[in-house]
Design a protein around this ligand. Structure first.
Ligand code: NZQ
Ligand code: ZN
Length: 424
């Protein structure tokens, strides 16, 4: 009650919103958790030049993994290979990771790591490169088929090779997350896999590396980070005051810094703030003790799998229509977000507050140049939304043993399909 008395003094409307709709009663408490985050996280201008020295204690030969060429154009490839050579660390390399990374390239990487006896995978790139590197690290020691870990047909029984990262795109949060997402192109499936052993051993974030990013990648990244917090923040769990506040501060930071970068794409300070927020958004600090949703990610991964759209762009289309479908199941948390993050003036008219919050989110997406509809995303009105809803519910529901997408209001297949269709 002390928290509420204090908060009521600051904001009487919030007191009412919380009491009336979130139901605080003094006996509530957050869920238990067990958090382990062993990634060494190195932030600062030029820090990537130290990659050789940093890897010396853990690697003798690394598999250097990268994407379609941005690191060669920027000169980062030359800097990294020089640092490895100076530190006496041998390397083999595999480039060509595509956005929405494919299992086929991962299989080549596993073969290469085994033949070359690599003892570490160094990812230099964005989320796709890091996710692909995690899969190679996992598959090199795994005795079965890497894709069957993602489909849950096989279990992980070995420790992956260590993964180190140099981040070139702040977005997915893979530099500190225990997750990896892969696309199996033949079956059109995009699936995630998570295990504590997949948090990178070390990650380097040098914000000047982001200055070459085109504006749309900044926007996709900011949208993705924000959604990583939405999936955690919009919960029915009560007694989450600290993580509510951490989530709200991180959401505000992402929105402010992305708006600055829209106007000033070479503002290195803003890139640094955005990148740190993006890491925190997905290393699960903000999700501690809370029931989480991941419904928007479930719905979006189907769009990326079938139509190969950028993950952040797909989320910008899904999120507002998802919010409209679920907010009435827990108006308290949506009103809290609208006032504390979106700056809507508190009022007794909760519905108006929430709708204004969602309208402001749409306006921010527009300001960043993000798509708002399936059409703008390039997905036709006659797409098989029913099949995508079925796949999303099957993937995300089955993990929890339900036939619904989890969240403040669980969505069955028909409701999930309606979220897609509301975005047409
Ligand atoms: O391939 P290159 O030439 O490097 O170009 C990339 C790519 O075309 C380019 N790029 C990266 N850094 C650059 C740059 N261009 C210029 N200058 C730079 N400094 O950006 C393009 C997109 O890169 P990508 O890695 O695909 O983007 P992002 O970081 O957004 O990653 C998206 C992937 O991460 C997954 C997504 O589903 C998607 O597959 N996610 C992974 C998560 C995780 N592991 O925890 C969680 C997320 O929710 C997400 O699902
Ligand atoms: Zn995401």
């Amino acid at each position: 009650m002390h928290f509420l008395r204090k908060k009521r003094g600051q904001n009487p409307q919030l007191w009412r919103l919380l009491l009336a709709e979130k139901g605080y009663n003094g006996s509530i408490r957050m869920n238990s958790f067990n958090y382990y985050n062993p990634t060494r996280y190195i932030f600062g201008h030029g820090e990537y030049h130290n990659i050789g020295t940093l890897l010396q204690p853990i690697a003798r030969k690394v598999l250097l993994h990268y994407g379609g060429g941005s690191i060669k154009r920027s000169g980062l490839y030359d800097a990294v290979t020089a640092a490895l050579t100076t530190a006496g660390i041998a390397y083999c390399e595999l480039g060509g990771v595509k956005p929405n990374p494919s299992v086929d390239l991962v299989r080549q990487g596993i073969e290469l790591a085994r033949v070359e006896k690599a003892d570490c995978v160094l990812a230099v790139g964005g989320g796709s490169v890091i996710d692909s590197a995690k899969a190679i690290a996992l598959g090199t020691t795994h005795h079965g088929d890497i894709w069957k870990l993602y489909t849950r047909e096989e279990q992980q029984s070995t420790r992956p090779l260590p993964v180190a990262t140099i981040l070139t795109l702040p977005a997915a949060g893979s530099e500190n997350s225990p997750n990896t997402v892969l696309t199996h192109e033949q079956s059109g499936r995009k699936l995630g896999y998570g295990h504590e052993s997949l948090r990178p051993t070390l990650s380097i974030v040098s914000p000047e590396l982001f200055l070459t990013l085109p504006p749309e990648q900044m926007a996709y990244g900011a949208c993705d980070m924000l959604c990583h917090i939405f999936e955690r923040y919009f919960t029915n769990t009560q007694g989450t005051e600290l993580t509510d506040a951490l989530c709200e501060a991180t959401m505000r930071t992402i929105m402010q810094q992305a708006s600055i970068l829209r106007r000033e794409p070479t503002n290195e300070h803003a890139w640094g703030q955005l990148a740190l927020a993006g890491t925190i958004a997905h290393n699960n600090l903000l999700g501690l003790g809370r029931e989480q949703s991941w419904a928007c990610h479930g719905l979006e991964h189907e769009l990326s799998a079938v139509y190969d759209v950028p993950h952040g762009a797909g989320l910008a289309v899904i999120v507002p229509s998802y919010f409209e479908a679920v907010w009435s199941a827990n108006p308290g948390i949506f009103a809290q977000w609208s006032t504390n993050v979106m700056g809507v003036t508190p009022s007794r008219d909760t519905e108006r507050v929430i709708k204004e919050g969602i309208a402001r989110l749409r306006a921010w997406y527009r300001e960043l140049g993000l798509p708002q509809t399936m059409k703008e995303l390039g997905i036709p009105a006659d797409a098989d939304y029913g099949a995508m809803a079925h796949a999303a519910v099957a993937t995300y529901g089955s993990r929890l043993g339900t036939d619904t997408l989890p969240g403040v209001r669980p969505l069955n297949e028909a409701a999930a399909e309606a979220v897609y269709r509301a975005a047409l």
